[in-house]
Design a protein around this ligand. Structure first.
Ligand code: NAP
Ligand code: ZN
Ligand code: ZN
Length: 346
């Protein structure tokens, strides 16, 4: 199957037009006409090799929303015409304890990413969603509720699930004080979810101009972080803090904000280790945890939750030719709040 999209040919170069072939449908595969592909900061980290050596040519994109155009002979989960979503992985071992529990992202042999890796055959480069079409085994795709616009859905497949999952794991709800660090693609979804779940929400942002938007999305409090002194009065007041910041920062300033037994969940991946003061952890039996996207059942649960609560990502829809500019603007925290590529423009 012919496909057209954008690829990074090496880390130091801008993305450029790229044509390639996708596999013909196997019995359990679905063929997808991509409508929109979100730009996740992880795309930028990988295309620029900020996480170490990457695999080129790289067609990034793991926030994919589209329509099923063909199905393999054994497909039961989807029909032609269904709205369909694909996220950060396309396969896993299916047999380990994590896979059997529906936590494919934590597959003991490693999930197979949507791009920047080989497919499970070990030889075919996986090409991502900045492209016109996609082929995937039906078990690794999800249904999109009919009341949601596909442009605002695409970012849910990574940004959405990545914040929904820790909020569910740490049981965000009424009576809980939840902090969201960074109001970007991930952070704005975390804010919407935490608010919809009934938690008291605080956004920590280094962009003062985002306050009005944050309040409209459900922020009860908005703290500008440029001066660390603004954090002092908030010591020992949070149950849960989700760190989505893509850049290096002093994690200890935020650990200090946790109450007894509070948890700071690390989600942003700046590519450099954090320096943690032991004292910031001991005082209050605080915890640091990590969380990575979510498994297929939880992604479906999140999309159904969005359908019920009419939750979408706030997006700037762009044409393919704007992607390199969009990368620069994302790195500069200048996007409201996720760039989404119109796949008809590839
Ligand atoms: P994004 O849209 O660029 O948002 C990141 C936000 O971090 C920015 O909007 C900004 O928020 C804040 N920030 C950026 N630079 C900063 C700086 N120098 N100082 C302080 N704050 C800064 O990125 P994203 O797509 O949401 O991704 C966020 C991070 O999560 C990335 O590192 C990405 O790779 C990672 N990620 C992790 C997972 C996972 O499963 N754990 C999944 C997807 C992505 P303010 O303007 O409000 O300060
Ligand atoms: Zn992502
Ligand atoms: Zn597995």
């Amino acid at each position: 199957m012919k496909s057209r999209g954008l690829a990074a040919l090496k880390a130091s170069e801008e993305l450029t037009q790229f044509e390639f072939d996708r596999r013909e449908l196997r019995p359990h595969d679905v063929g997808i006409d991509i409508a929109f592909a979100g730009i996740c900061h992880s795309d930028i980290h990988q295309a620029r090799e900020e996480w170490g050596p990457a695999l080129f040519p790289m067609v990034p994109g793991h926030e994919i929303a589209g329509t099923v155009t063909s199905i393999g002979s054994a497909v039961t989960k989807f029909a032609v015409g269904d709205a369909i979503g694909v996220g950060v992985f396309i396969d896993s071992c299916r047999t380990c304890a994590s896979c059997l529990a529906g936590l494919q992202q934590y597959c003991e042999t490693g999930m197979t990413g949507t791009y920047n890796t080989f497919e499970r055959d070990g030889t075919t480069i996986a090409f991502g969603g900045y492209s016109t079409n996609f082929v995937i085994n039906e078990d690794y795709a999800v249904h999109i509720p009919g009341n949601l616009a596909l442009s605002g859905v695409a970012p849910l497949l990574c940004a959405g699930i990545t914040l929904y999952s820790p909020l569910k794991t740490w049981e965000a709800g009424p009576g809980m004080r939840v902090g969201i660090m960074g109001l970007g693609g991930l952070g704005h979804m975390g804010l919407k979810f935490a608010h919809a779940m009934g938690a008291e929400t605080t956004v920590f942002s280094h962009s003062p101009e985002k306050e009005t938007d944050a309040r409209a999305m459900g922020a009860d409090h908005f703290i500008v972080t440029k001066d660390p002194l603004t954090l002092k009065p908030l010591r020992k007041t949070f149950d849960l803090i989700l760190n989505t910041v893509s850049a290096d920062l002093d994690i200890n300033l935020y650990l200090e904000l946790l109450k007894l037994d509070g948890t700071l969940v690390v989600i942003g991946l700046p590519g450099k280790p954090y320096a943690v003061n032991v004292g910031s952890l001991l005082d209050g039996r605080r915890r640091i945890a990590g969380s990575m996207i979510g498994g297929i059942p939880e992604i479906q649960e999140m999309l159904d939750f969005c359908g019920r609560h009419a939750i979408l990502s706030d997006v700037e829809v762009i044409n393919a030719e704007y992607v390199n500019t969009a990368y620069e603007r994302t790195v500069a925290s200048d996007v409201k709040y996720r760039f989404v590529i119109d796949a008809t423009t590839f």
